[in-house]
Design a protein around this ligand. Structure first.
Ligand SMILES: Nc1ncnc2c1ncn2[C@@H]1O[C@H](COP(=O)(O)OP(=O)(O)OP(=O)(O)O)[C@@H](O)[C@H]1O
Ligand SMILES: [Mg+2]
Length: 246
């Protein structure tokens, strides 16, 4: 985004959406499609997170519309959308989430020990993953980019894990609605969408497959340590897939 456009965008947000104190921010794990800002809603002073789509590809509307479906809106495990548009300045604004990425919890030994040490902690998180998978299934949404860099972990007052929040619905699709964004087909990005390890085939996406991978990252012996949870995850296998035949 050119500096001149950026200034216009900030003015636009202030005038049309009553958002101020806007500043560009640089989250650690991002794709190449967006730039990010934080700001405040003038009326409430609530802090918000803004994702600006540099490709003008329709991903802001896609993400906002999915997250505004009733089951997502009423669940604690997804971001709250404040406003969005795909016209002059394609963006979506969310309530700001203070948290860390699941990826960091899994890869940092100290954090992992602190937050995912005992069986009780692991079980709580695995059950949340199941809730997330069920809501995707009920709304017939294939997320297509579920991996630990797209899950925010929030903490409670005792500094333990409060909950997981699944983010980044930019390129999600739905059954009989939310079809493939034309931009994605043209851009050849589909090959890499979802990263190889978390999807069953290059052009096949299955929420359950990604969730099962994450479950084994939380507990490598998930099947033996938590057989009921493991079986429940597996009962969703191949239930809702999105497959592309090119
Ligand atoms: N509501 C939020 N509040 C605070 N930080 C957020 C929020 N949503 C996302 N983030 C941070 O911004 C980063 C990037 O967000 P996101 O994953 O939605 O975009 P992206 O990966 O660049 O998208 P794309 O897959 O479309 O290229 C996240 O990894 C997270 O650190
Ligand atoms: Mg992401």
């Amino acid at each position: 985004m050119m500096l001149q456009n950026k200034e216009r965008f900030l003015e636009y947000l202030q005038q049309n959406y009553q958002i101020n104190n806007i500043e560009q921010i640089y989250p650690p794990t991002v794709g190449k499609s967006n730039i990010f800002f934080k700001g405040n809603v003038i009326e409430t002073d609530n802090k918000i997170f803004i994702k600006y789509d540099m490709n003008y590809c329709g991903s802001s509307t896609r993400e906002a519309q999915i997250l505004q479906l009733p089951k997502f809106k009423n669940s604690p495990y997804f971001s709250n959308v404040i406003c969005y548009e795909d016209n002059d300045f394609p963006f979506v604004a969310f309530e700001f989430i203070e948290g860390i990425m699941l990826n960091d919890v899994l890869s940092n030994l100290d954090l992992r020990y602190e937050l995912l040490h005992n069986k009780k902690q692991k079980k709580r998180i695995l059950l949340q993953l199941i809730d997330i998978m069920k809501i995707l299934d009920e709304e017939k949404i294939v997320h297509r980019d579920i991996h630990p860099k797209n899950i925010i972990v929030t903490r409670n007052r005792n500094d333990k894990i409060d909950k997981l929040i699944l983010i980044d619905f930019s390129f999600s699709v739905g059954v009989n609605r939310f079809p493939e964004l034309p931009y994605l087909i043209a851009s050849k990005r589909l090959k890499f969408l979802g990263t190889k390890y978390y999807k069953p085939e290059t052009y096949k996406w299955d929420n359950q497959y990604s969730i099962a991978k994450i479950a084994t990252e939380i507990e490598p012996n998930c099947d033996k340590e938590f057989p009921d949870i493991w079986n429940e995850i597996y009962s969703f296998k191949e239930k809702l897939i999105y497959k592309l035949t090119l």
